[in-house]
Design a protein around this ligand. Structure first.
Ligand code: SAM
Length: 452
C-alpha cells in the first residue's frame, strides 16, 4: 500500500485567452487576505492540470460545474470514488484544490495555529486527502527551514499522486507517503497513519462519512480514534467543512463529542462555551467568512458557473492537545451577519456562556460591530440579559459605556433605511445537506459589508 512519491518538477504553462497567466508571484505577506497566502500554488496547479491532462483550462469548466452540482445534491448520491476519473481529477485540481488550500490557510490563521506549530519539523497527517489540497495549503505557508513530513490517506490513489507531483514542485524537499484505502477500515487507517503528528487535517471529508457502504462510527468517534492514537502532545487537529447546514452540523457534532463528552480543549472557533448553542437546533448553523484574492482562473470558472466565491465560507474546528487557555469573558466570536432594523444594529456573537445577540442603537454602535467579518473576535463590555429590546426572550448582551449618538446621516445616504429583519443565523431552506459552497446569501440575506 505504501507509495513514495518521486519528486518531478513541472513546467509553468500559460493560457492567455480565458485564463491569463501571471508571473509566479512572491509569497504574499502575512497580513494579506485574512491569512490566505497561496503564493505560486495556483499557477503550479494550473500548470500541472495542463501538462497532465493535456487540455486547456476552459475545457474543464463543465467538469468543475458537475462536481459543484454533486456537492450541492444529496450527499448519498455521491459515488465513493467520484474523484478517480481523469475529468473529475483535473477539475478538482484546477478549482477545489485552490479553494481547499486557501480555506485551510484561513482556518489555521483564525486558530492562531501557525505560531503554535513546530518550525523545525512538521509532521502532517492528511486524511481524505484527495489531491492533497489541505497539505498544499500548509506547504505554501511553511517556511523553507521547516522539514515537511506528510502522510496522506485517501480512497483514490491517483488523486493523491496528482497532488504529490504539485507538492514536489512547490516543496521539492517535502517527504510524502501516501496510502490508498478505506478510512472506515480501522486496521488500515491506524497502521497506515503509523506514529504521531503535529498537524492532523480532515478537510472536506467528514461530511462524506455517510456516503457509500456501512457507516461504522460517527465522525466524532472517527476523529477521537485518530487523535487518541496519532496527535502528538501539543499537536493541532483541524477539521474544515463546507459552510452548509450539513457541513456545519458535522463539525458541531464532532465538537460536542470531543469537547463535551471527552473534555478536549477547543482552540477555535469556540470562545469557551461548554455546549455549542447550535447543537440542538438544525435550523441554525455556524460558518466563517474570510476575504481572499481569487486567482484569475477561479474568477473565470465562477463567472461561467454564476457562482460567488469572492469570499471563502467554511465551517471549522481546531483542537490542540494541550491545556486550554482560559477564555477572556469579554472576547466574543462574531457568528452572524449584521442585522439592521428600526434603528438598531444587532449581531450574534458567541462567548463563554454561548450565543448572545448584541443590540445597539445604530448611531451609537462601535464601528467594528457593523464591519466585523463572521469569524472575527470582538472585545465587548456588556451586561448579559435574557430579553431583547423588542421584549422577546433571547440571550442578549447590552453594551455598556456607549458613546453619545452620532449625527444622523443625510436623508437617503445613511444605513438607516429599514432593511427588514435579517437572520444572523441561516434560516433559509437550501437542499438537504446544502451546497458545498454556501449560497451567495449564506442561507440568509448577505450581510452588508464595507469595501476593504
Ligand atoms: C471532497 S474531497 C476532499 C479532498 C481534500 N481533502 C480537499 O479538501 O480538497 C473528499 C475526499 O475524501 C475521500 N474519502 C471519502 N470517504 C472516504 C473513505 N471512506 N475512505 C477513504 N477516502 C475517503 C474521497 O476519496 C475524497 O478524495
Amino acid at each position: 500500500m505504501d507509495y513514495k512519491v518521486r519528486p518531478r518538477r513541472l513546467r509553468l504553462h500559460s493560457e492567455k485567452a480565458m485564463f491569463p497567466s501571471k508571473p509566479v508571484p512572491k509569497p504574499p505577506s502575512r497580513s494579506a487576505d485574512h491569512g490566505v497566502r497561496l503564493g505560486p500554488l495556483p499557477e503550479l496547479l494550473v500548470s500541472f492540470v495542463k501538462q497532465r491532462f493535456g487540455r486547456p483550462l476552459a475545457a474543464h469548466g463543465e467538469a468543475v460545474a458537475a462536481i459543484s452540482r454533486n456537492f450541492t445534491s444529496d450527499r448519498n448520491e455521491l459515488t465513493p470514488a467520484y474523484l478517480s476519473s481523469p475529468p473529475a481529477r483535473a477539475a478538482y485540481l484546477a478549482y477545489y484544490a485552490v479553494t481547499g488550500a486557501a480555506t485551510v490557510q484561513a482556518a489555521l490563521e483564525l486558530a492562531g495555529a501557525w505560531d503554535r506549530l513546530p518550525k523545525d519539523r512538521l509532521r502532517i497527517l492528511d486524511l481524505g486527502a484527495g489531491p492533497l489540497s489541505a497539505t498544499l495549503g500548509v506547504a505554501a505557508v511553511a517556511g523553507p527551514a521547516t522539514r515537511l513530513q506528510i502522510t496522506a490517506i485517501d480512497g483514490v490513489r491517483t488523486a493523491m499522486q496528482d497532488g504529490g507531483q504539485v507538492l514536489a514542485t512547490l516543496r521539492p524537499d517535502a517527504e510524502l507517503t501516501i496510502h490508498a484505502g478505506n478510512l472506515r477500515e480501522a486496521k488500515f487507517l491506524h497502521s497506515s497513519a503509523g506514529g504521531e503528528y503535529d498537524l492532523i487535517l480532515f478537510a472536506n471529508v467528514l461530511n462524506e462519512w455517510s456516503v457509500g457502504g456501512r457507516k461504522t462510527m460517527t465522525p466524532g468517534a472517527l476523529v477521537e480514534s485518530v487523535l487518541e492514537r496519532h496527535l502528538a502532545p501539543g499537536g493541532i487537529a483541524l477539521i474544515v467543512e463546507p459552510a452548509t447546514r450539513h457541513g456545519s452540523h458535522v463539525v458541531i457534532e464532532t465538537r460536542e463529542h470531543l469537547a463535551t463528552s471527552l473534555g478536549w480543549p477547543i482552540l477555535a472557533p469556540c470562545r469557551g462555551a461548554k455546549v455549542c448553542p447550535l447543537a440542538t437546533s438544525h435550523k441554525d448553523w455556524c460558518f466563517t467568512e474570510r476575504s481572499w484574492t481569487r486567482p484569475p482562473h477561479i474568477v473565470a470558472y465562477d463567472t461561467a458557473m454564476e457562482h460567488d466565491r469572492s469570499t471563502l465560507k467554511f465551517s471549522y474546528l481546531a483542537v490542540q492537545r494541550t491545556e486550554p487557555a482560559a477564555s477572556d469573558p469579554k472576547q466574543f466570536r462574531v457568528i452572524g451577519g449584521p442585522m439592521r432594523d428600526a434603528g438598531l444594529l444587532r449581531r450574534y456573537v458567541c462567548g463563554p456562556d454561548g450565543r448572545r445577540v448584541v443590540e445597539v442603537p445604530e448611531l451609537q454602535a462601535p464601528p467594528a460591530l457593523g464591519s466585523a467579518w463572521r469569524g472575527d473576535i470582538l472585545t465587548l463590555n456588556g451586561v448579559a440579559g435574557e430579553t431583547n429590546r423588542q421584549g422577546r426572550r433571547e440571550p442578549v448582551l447590552q453594551l455598556s459605556d456607549l458613546p453619545p449618538p452620532r449625527p444622523r446621516p443625510p436623508e437617503g445616504r445613511g444605513s438607516f433605511e429599514r432593511e427588514g429583519p435579517r437572520p444572523g443565523f441561516e434560516s433559509g431552506a437550501p437542499p438537504r445537506n446544502g451546497p458545498r459552497s454556501a449560497p451567495r446569501t449564506g442561507g440568509g440575506p448577505r450581510p452588508s459589508r464595507p469595501k476593504r
